[in-house]
Design a protein. Sequence first.
Length: 264
Amino acid sequence: MLEKLVTRGRNLVPIWSKKLLWKARDSFYSPPTPVLQLLRVDFFRGQVARVRFIYFTKIKRRLRALGSNADIGKNTIAHNMTGLSDLACARSSLLVRPFSVIEKLNRESKILSIGPRTEGELLNLMGHGFNKNRIRGVDLISYSPWVDLGDMHDLPYEDDSFDAVILGWVLAYSHNRKKATSEVIRVARNGGIIAVGVEYCPVSNEELIATMGYVPGNEERITSVAEILSFFGDHVDQLYFRHDVSPDMRTRVGSIIAIFSVRK
């Protein structure tokens, strides 16, 4: 009897309205077009980023930078200016790929990328199906209309502005990580997704100073996912993805990655 009632109820709904509902649902989760999917390829993404970089820096002359302060350290901006040639930002895929399969997120999710440096990470997000009009970047250096000039310790956004925040290899540059992560929590919505990537480097600070003349970022290294999560404290909710450097890989450069939701 119950099965018959359910069947009759379904039949009362016009098929055209069902199709509208299905189309609305699928529009949030539909994959990017084949052309946009090419942005997942480092070479193709790099070429797109290069054309835009030349246009905005050479023709429009939009390259700008904030001044240093105690929270970011004196060498951070100069060090990252030398990295502007990495336009494809291949390393961003280590975060974007696991980030893109989280079901809480869809193409209309509002995403903030902190410290993308170039447009490579933003293009990578677009290649994985996120709407370019819903993605913003913020960095100490900017030439792109997609990237706001700003500091992660004092983000220029309202509370609860984003469904997800990405910190790709930037937290290591902070000299006040608690302040930076507090800002991330502030601008993220309750239940929002946070994705953090940190470089693991076996080279000592003394060796870096001997070869480079300085230590890029904070001399106090982040060495584990547990340490990343500790900066967010009780706001950590569900841990979706983690990657620590295994003991047998600690003689080479690697990545420490955590993707989790926050509760507020």
